[in-house]
Design a binder for this molecule. Structure first.
Ligand code: HEC
Ligand code: HEC
Length: 227
């Protein structure tokens, strides 16, 4: 953001206000910045997406549940079975390609103190794109959401709703209840290109009712006691 400070005599001085950059913790930058975007890319391009070494984390504070982060950073397990760019780990085959999951590198793991520190730092990274109360759970019908996810809206073509059930090109969502904040799921499903204009998840133009049902279903997955 630029603030124009008028000076006497009509001369204008441009002062650059502190950017998001100043808020990214130096430890996070040093340990994670080589693979993850921690600030919104000033100039998003398709090439950037194709050369990413890890998923974007500049909206981590809108996206993750902190307890999940603290656990996962100590014991990371795969979320995208083919890594961040699944096609780099595809094995051509008949009748369809399969994934060589063994060739996907393991995520670095951290001790409890570091994981907690990193999670705290990640939770401060907010995009301004997700209103915290965007998802309104009252009256949401997760069963209708399941139908939309698995049949009517085709999400399951790219996302797994249970281990081994669903496509592999998107992140698995059977852990979403633990991993993701409901309002983020709503906002991302509503308009993935709001987060990155070149991201390859299609924008499906869903009604608020559909989005509410789908969010209720997705965030019921992997939560204790959920169906
Ligand atoms: C060598 C590259 C590399 C480094 C360094 C790295 N990561 Fe990652 N990170 C990845 C990749 C690749 C994935 C995707 C893993 C998957 O989806 O299975 C990932 C996934 C994640 C996720 C889950 C993202 C999601 O969308 O669900 C979090 C959180 C994360 N990393 C945090 C960190 C933090 C914090 C650090 C530094 C302390 C870090 N990473 C360092 C490559 C890296
Ligand atoms: C053509 C494949 C495709 C379809 C269909 C699709 N997605 Fe996605 N989705 C993706 C990809 C790829 C990403 C990850 C983008 C990235 O790398 O950050 C994603 C990301 C997401 C995320 C964010 C998850 C995370 O870990 O950050 C959510 C939530 C999501 N999709 C929900 C849905 C829902 C709900 C539907 C159906 C209405 C759907 N998707 C349909 C490919 C798809």
């Amino acid at each position: 953001m630029r603030i124009i400070i008028p000076l006497l005599g009509g001369v204008a001085l441009l002062a650059v206000a502190p950017t998001a950059d100043a808020q990214v913790s130096p430890e996070l930058k040093a340990q994670c910045g080589s693979c993850h975007a921690l600030e919104k890319p000033a100039n998003p391009t398709v090439d950037r997406l194709w050369s990413r070494k890890g998923p974007d984390l500049w909206y981590a504070g809108d996206k993750f549940n902190k307890p999940w982060l603290v656990n996962w950073l100590q014991k990371p397990t795969p979320i995208r079975p083919g890594g961040v760019l699944w096609f780099n780990h595809a094995k051509p085959g008949e009748p369809r390609d399969t994934l060589d999951t063994a060739s996907v590198p393991k995520h670095p793991s951290f001790d409890t103190a570091t994981a907690t520190k990193m999670a705290d730092a990640l939770m401060t990274l907010k995009s301004g794109l997700v209103a915290p109360d965007l998802f309104k759970p009252e009256g949401a019908n997760p069963q209708m959401g399941k139908l939309a996810f698995t049949k009517l809206r085709g999400c399951v073509a790219c996302h797994q709703s249970a281990p081994g059930e669903g496509g592999l090109s998107g992140p698995q969502l059977y852990d979403a209840g633990a991993r993701l904040q409901p309002s983020y799921v709503f906002a991302y499903t509503q308009d993935p290109q709001k987060f990155d204009r070149y991201i390859w998840m299609p924008r499906l133009t869903l009604s608020d009712q559909d989005l509410t049902r789908i969010t209720a279903y997705v965030t019921s997955l992997g939560k204790e006691g959920a169906q």
